[in-house]
Design a protein around this ligand. Structure first.
Ligand SMILES: Cc1cc2nc3c(=O)[nH]c(=O)nc-3n(C[C@H](O)[C@H](O)[C@H](O)COP(=O)(O)OP(=O)(O)OC[C@H]3O[C@@H](n4cnc5c(N)ncnc54)[C@H](O)[C@@H]3O)c2cc1C
Length: 394
């Protein structure tokens, strides 16, 4: 098939990029190696800031609406906080991703599932040849949206995102409905999870339980930490269904995300929030950002998609970098954060406002004043040192 654009991968990043480009008049072929609907390892939490990026409601696939959190630090101190408005929607990825693909199809995107891309070649005239198992396609633009370490990024010559974080998650079934103690709130465990946390997310007929953090420190202990998390709430870890582990790709400093006629979006570009592990936001945001640059490229107004890279650096990277700093500080000294969450209303209010997209991490750091902001970098570096010493000691 000959088309304007081929998007490789139909996760949130790919379907959003494909929809945006089609809405701007581009002819788009969206390929995914999996047969849809397909599941993938993910908590399925869609923050309000993330849902706000979409021009349609996610209501058809929302299984719970989160308005509060139960947070435990080092297995003992518990803090419960309630928000004044919803902060996150709970979805299942097999339903969410299929729904996002349907929206792309409604915008005119041609979707083919069960079509794993095996090779991509840039031809002499600057167009691309894309091979799947049984077919060959040609396009002027390729968008790599096939997740971490995907074929697209690799064949197009992009550096793979870092794989410094890992997570393990499974589902505990509640066929009669999730008990009230888990509904409308997330359970979060901090302190024993270097670089991450443990979670329980409510869905329609099950809860999703997971643990994640730095691969170096958590990788060998994921199962043990998941078991402890389960024990705390009376679940038998052997009853968990669809137990799966996965990497969370993180941006490397200076990563290239776009070139002449190609770009990477979402996990393929390492756009996961280091503090929260939220990746659907980066996926949707990069999918939205890339579309106008593809339109300009197809119209012959530009010779490259480098403008997309600049837009990501302007709109997303300051948040990612601030998130890294907050993550380093939080994991080195979680107790003051939990104390602030418990006793200082504006701190919880600020966290909720950031999750809702009413403010940003960067804006929140302005509340520290100039001296506080100046100290953020050095304190984060000290935090990284403290955490690495702790990890080295075991
Ligand atoms: C355990 C875990 C829990 C998480 N929980 C959350 C959460 O609650 N909220 C949140 O916001 N983020 C969460 N994340 C992160 C989130 O899952 C990802 O950041 C997000 O899925 C990225 O979307 P994407 O579209 O870039 O990639 P993906 O969703 O990974 O989609 C990539 C697609 O590409 C397809 N593909 C791969 N290779 C090929 C190929 N060769 N040819 C064609 N298609 C191909 C795949 O089949 C897939 O459909 C979690 C991650 C993990 C590991």
């Amino acid at each position: 098939m000959q088309t304007d654009v081929i998007v490789v991968g139909a996760g949130p990043a790919g379907s959003t990029a494909a929809r945006g480009i089609a809405e701007r008049g581009g002819e788009v072929l969206l390929l995914d190696r999996a047969k849809f609907p397909r599941d993938k390892p993910c908590g399925g939490g869609v923050t309000i800031r993330c849902a706000s990026l979409l021009p349609f409601s996610l209501d058809p696939v929302v299984e719970d609406v989160i308005t509060g959190a139960r947070m435990k630090i080092r297995g003992h101190r518990e803090v419960t906080r309630q928000a004044t408005a919803p902060i996150t929607y709970m979805t299942q990825r097999r339903r969410l991703d299929a729904f996002l693909v349907e929206q792309a199809q409604a915008a005119g995107v041609e979707f083919r599932d069960g079509q794993g891309v095996t090779d991509i070649t840039r031809l002499g005239d600057g167009t691309f040849e894309v091979k799947t198992k049984g077919e060959t396609h040609h396009a002027r633009v390729i968008i790599g949206a096939d997740g971490a370490n995907g074929v697209a990024g690799n064949r197009l010559g992009y550096e793979a995102a870092g794989e410094s974080a890992v997570a393990l998650e499974g589902n505990y079934p509640y066929p009669e409905g999730v008990p009230a103690e888990f509904r409308n709130r997330v359970v979060l465990h901090f302190g024993d999870y270097p670089g991450g946390y443990g979670w329980i997310f409510p869905k329609g007929d099950h809860v999703n339980i997971g643990v994640g953090g730095w691969k170096s420190a958590m990788g060998p202990r994921l199962r043990e930490l998941l078991q402890t998390m389960c024990q705390t709430y009376g679940f038998d870890v052997t009853d968990l269904q669809n137990l799966r582990g996965h990497h969370l790709p993180m941006q490397r400093r200076g990563m290239v995300m776009a070139a002449a006629g190609s770009a990477v979006v979402g996990d393929a570009a390492g756009l996961v929030d280091p503090l929260s592990g939220e990746g659907i936001y980066g996926a949707l945001r990069s999918g939205v950002l890339v579309a106008p640059f593809v339109e300009d490229y197809l119209a012959g107004h530009t010779k490259t998609l480098a403008g997309y890279q600049l837009a990501v650096q302007r709109d997303l990277m300051p948040e990612v970098e601030t998130s890294v700093a907050l993550m380093e500080i939080f994991h080195a000294w979680p107790d003051p954060f939990v104390w602030l969450l418990q006793h200082f209303g504006p701190f919880w209010g600020g966290a909720c406002a950031a999750i809702r997209g009413e403010t940003t991490y960067v804006d929140l750091t302005y509340r520290l004043g100039s001296p506080g902001r100046a100290l953020l970098g050095p304190v984060a570096r000290a935090g990284r040192f403290v955490s690495s010493r702790r990890v080295a000691r075991g």
